[in-house]
Every structure is written in C-alpha cells, then in structure tokens.
Ligand binder design. Structure first.
Ligand code: ATP
Length: 199
C-alpha cells in the first residue's frame, strides 16, 4: 500500500517549472517529513498528491489506483492546511462541516477535545485552534488512507499542537495511514517522522 507520485512536474501558468521529474512515495503507516526552503514547491506537491490541482506531468497513484482531481471529502488522500478558516464554509454550522466526511468516530472527537457545543456554532465563533481540531477530525474519516499535513499546526500553541499530533499518530497507527508532514519546524519533524525527504 503506497501513495506514489512519479515523474511529477508542475508550473503556474507560463512561469518557470516549480519542479519536474519528481518521484515521491509514502507507504501505509509511515510518517514522513517533507522539508525544504521557502518557495521550493512543498505545498504545490501536497496539492498534487491530494488531487487538489490537476496533474500536468507525471502521475499519482493511491494503492495502485490512478489518483485524479476532485474527490472531495471521500478522498483517500486528505490535505490539511495551516488556516482552518479558509477550509470551511463560513455559512455552515460546524456540525454540518464535520458531517461532510461521513460519521466521525466519537473517540476521535474526544481525543481532539472537540466539545459538542462547538458544533452548533459558526466557524467565526471558534478560536483558530478549536477550528483546526474540527478540520483535523473531518480529515481523519474512515476512508482516509493518507494525510498530508501542510504546516497544519504552525499557528497553534504548544498544547493544541501536541494534542493534534497525538490524535493523528494514533489514527495513523489504528488505520495504518501514511502521513506526510510538511513543516519548517525541525524539532517537530525530528520528533514525529520515521524518515525525512529534503526537497
Ligand atoms: N497560485 C500561484 N500562482 C503562481 N505562482 C505560485 C502560486 N502558488 C505558488 N506559486 C509559486 O510556486 C512556487 C512554489 O510554491 P509553494 O507554495 O509550493 O512552495 P513551498 O515550498 O510550500 O513554500 P513555503 O515553504 O514558503 O510555504 C513559489 O515560487 C511560489 O511563488
């Protein structure tokens, strides 16, 4: 079981190629760090692997099946970004947002200390850390095989960071899910990852 990108190349419009001929693989159950200087293309690669942008060169497969664009919340490759407020519908109460990905395991809700009362609020009625915990819970549905965490906890306080990563690691172990950790925080990468890819 593996998430695999082969000979990937991507450019924005007619700009220079961000990267070309890039190969990457993430096995089930593996926690892998992705590091590199600002602007080298880490987030772009994350979006390609998750199918959030269309392939231009190369291919992506998930457990041997070609992975295309636009699979939404049933996508086996989930991407969580730094800013949760950009990832939710501001006009939906959070119960609806959370239910988008199917039934959430109640133990996940409690591991992330998501209070029931938050689910009856709108996104702007929660703190950034509370909202990010909801986005993480939404990404860790039963269909998720791989998680791409792109600076997922960068903006959060140490306690919330630790809580989110504890929940993600226990999910990864239970589901044998692979996790790609994109981060500038060397210490976090060192602590979490089995292997590190330098871009
Ligand atoms: N929507 C876009 N339109 C045009 N260029 C873009 C766009 N998004 C990113 N780029 C450019 O593509 C390159 C790669 O950006 P990307 O965000 O993938 O890098 P990154 O390694 O994740 O950077 P950082 O570590 O700063 O988050 C950069 O030169 C960036 O300016």
């Amino acid at each position: 079981m593996v998430l695999e990108g082969k000979s990937l190349g991507y450019r924005y419009g007619k700009e220079a190629w961000v990267f070309r001929n890039l190969d990457i693989h993430l096995e089930a159950g593996e926690i892998v760090g992705l590091i590199g200087p600002s602007g080298c293309g880490k987030s772009t690669l994350g979006q390609l692997l998750a199918g959030h942008v269309g392939l231009q060169e190369g291919r992506v497969s998930v457990d041997g099946v070609p992975h295309g664009q636009g699979k939404g919340l049933r996508n086996p490759v989930q991407l969580v970004l730094q800013h949760p407020e950009q990832a939710v519908n501001p006009r939906w109460k959070l119960r609806k947002t959370l239910q988008e990905s199917g039934v959430i395991d109640p133990s996940m809700q409690s591991e992330l200390s998501i209070e029931d009362d938050w689910l009856d609020r709108y996104p702007n009625e929660l703190s950034g850390g509370e909202l990010q915990r909801i986005c993480v819970a939404r990404a860790l549905g039963e269909q998720t095989r791989y998680l791409i965490a792109d600076e997922m906890t960068t903006m959060l306080d140490a306690i919330t960071q630790a809580q989110i990563w504890r929940a993600v690691l226990s999910f990864a172990e239970r589901q044998r899910a692979g996790v790609l950790v994109i981060s500038h925080e060397q210490e976090l990468i060192k602590r979490l990852c089995d292997r590190v890819i330098s871009f």
